[in-house]
Design a protein around this ligand. Structure first.
Ligand code: CP3
Length: 341
């Protein structure tokens, strides 16, 4: 079978038209997702039901023919499998019982409970069997820093204050939490690859909230350890890093972690990307999800500008962050049409 365009790009080939997928491409902007989500009852029930999770993963592939599918799951299944209570309150995002001191940390498991994550690997096997040839399958985990911000605060936070408080107050405890996430996230990615994913992406959504020293300590180094642990088991695996908001710190992140490709946030300077990042690794990004939602001539202009900026090197077209739930489907269709044109 000929290699998918997406995998060829991750191997540093420059193609005439970039491969395309979208972060959060399975989700609430799709009526067929909302229907299944209502049937499942809860979001976690959907993640842990291989039939439904596989179906949701395939929905955007059927509708838009993207070059890659991304496993339907969530970064917070790792804390959940480590025994932390997790629930999704309607309209409020994720909630966890905070782990912010020694005694709460003591209640967290050393290793993930394999029974919790077994349905995720079953989803991978089913999706893999159903995908058209040439469509790659992406697995993922959250980076330790980003997952820790949710574990410590018990919810999403605007400034990651509780996690920052903890690493200032008790850096040794925070380091043990990060270490636990490194080892278990690597195991989780290795199991996804063994089950059939072609590529994994490490989401560090809050990488941009740390100064340079903390970025190195809590984002680059833990991610590098995950990359090493995955490469020991799966030397050929392609690994994409997404240190959202890291900006001018991205070249250090790329060199320090050894990842194969990097996702770009919307805000980053395109000349900087061309000169300082795309010379190191293939890049992926970075259409503003709000521009996609708004549509119209601005959407057409931005798609053309991004293709012009990055098309001369290895490049995967994507968004700078997840698609917004109220994005019209016609705008996604326009995106596909223009990227394929
Ligand atoms: O990209 C995909 O389509 C694959 C599935 C995926 C989800 N979450 C599904 C989801 C992926 C890759 C994620 C990653 C994720 N989850 C991140 C990192 C990327 C990012 O967006 O920054 C983070 C920080 C989380 C944690 C999380 N999960 C939050 C903050 C929320 C609530 C925000 C929201 O959009 O509601 C979730 C819930 C979630 N994860 C939904 C989906 C489709 C919505 C839940 C629903 O359907 O009710």
């Amino acid at each position: 079978m000929s290699q998918s365009l997406f995998l060829r790009t991750l191997s540093s080939e420059t193609l005439p038209k970039p491969p395309l997928w979208m972060m959060r491409q399975a989700g609430r902007y799709l009526p067929e997702y909302r229907e299944l989500r209502a049937k499942a009852g809860g979001f976690l029930e959907l993640c842990y039901n291989p039939d439904m999770a596989a179906e949701v993963t395939l929905q955007p592939i059927r509708r838009f023919g993207f070059d890659a599918a991304i496993l339907f799951s969530d970064i917070l299944v790792i804390p959940h499998a480590l025994g932390q209570k997790l629930w999704f309150a309607q309209g409020e995002g994720p909630r966890l019982e905070p782990v912010a001191d020694e005694s709460r940390f003591g209640e967290i498991r050393e290793e993930i409970d394999p029974d919790v994550l077994a349905p995720v690997y079953e989803t991978v096997r089913r999706v893999k069997a159903a995908l058209p040839a040439g469509t790659a399958l992406i697995g993922f985990c959250g980076a330790p820093w980003t997952v820790a911000t949710y574990m410590v605060a018990g919810r999403g936070t605007p400034d990651q204050g509780p996690a920052k408080d903890l690493f200032q107050r008790d850096p040794a405890l925070f380091a043990r939490l990060i270490d636990r996430l490194v080892v278990n996230s690597a195991d989780y990615l290795n199991a996804q690859i063994s089950a059939g994913v072609d590529v994994v992406q490490i989401f560090d959504s809050w990488a941009g909230s740390l100064g340079p020293d903390d970025f190195k300590r809590w984002c680059i180094e833990p991610t590098q350890r995950i990359v090493d642990l995955v490469r020991v088991r799966h030397p050929q695996a392609k690994i994409i890093g997404f240190p959202r908001g890291a900006g001018t710190g991205i070249p250090d992140y790329v060199r320090g972690t050894g990842i194969d490709a990097v996702g770009l946030e919307t805000e980053i300077d395109r000349d900087f990307v061309r000169k300082a990042i795309q010379t190191l690794v293939p890049v992926q990004g970075h259409l503003d999800p709000q521009v996609l939602r708004a549509g119209g001539p601005e959407l057409d202009r931005e798609i053309a500008a991004i293709r012009a900026a990055f098309g001369a090197g290895p490049f995967v077209f994507n968004l700078g962050h997840g698609i917004l739930p109220d994005t019209p489907i016609a705008h996604v269709e326009r995106l596909v049409e223009l990227v394929r044109a």
